[in-house]
Design a protein around this ligand. Structure first.
Ligand code: FES
Length: 125
């Protein structure tokens, strides 16, 4: 039964990265650390409270949360294990959130993160 529950949380989102659906509590999202593995340091976080997903990136023991909304004209971005791209006009971003390819000029919005009780907490404000 536990395996079934886990598989429901880790649905494919079309980019082959694991997807975690969660709802905010006190304007923060909580993602279990066990969603990351030795082979996977990228997780898509989806919340009904946000128009677009968040890409949560693990780098050693640090976590970066990038808002997957294009800074060109606000279209939702697609993240793969190689890059973050916009299908509207071709902008590309790196995993620091910086623009690699225009027309977007500004880096992606980031949310503050912290680790607490085996979870990554993403602060939405
Ligand atoms: S909206 Fe993303 S490149 Fe234009």
């Amino acid at each position: 039964m536990g395996l079934v529950s886990t598989s429901l949380l880790l649905e494919s989102c079309g980019s082959s990265l694991p997807l975690v659906k969660t709802n905010p509590e006190n304007k923060a999202l909580s993602v279990p650390l066990n969603k990351f593995s030795i082979n996977n340091n990228l997780v898509i976080v989806r919340s009904g409270s946000l128009e677009n997903d968040i890409l949560l990136i693990k780098n050693q023991n640090e976590y970066k949360a990038l808002y997957l909304r294009c800074t060109h004209e606000g279209v939702g971005l697609t993240a793969t294990d190689k890059k973050i791209f916009c299908s509207a006009h071709g902008s590309v971003f790196d995993f620091q959130g910086n623009v690699v390819k225009e027309p977007a000029l500004k880096p992606l919005q980031q949310f503050q993160t912290e680790v607490s009780n085996e979870n990554v907490i993403i602060h939405l404000i």
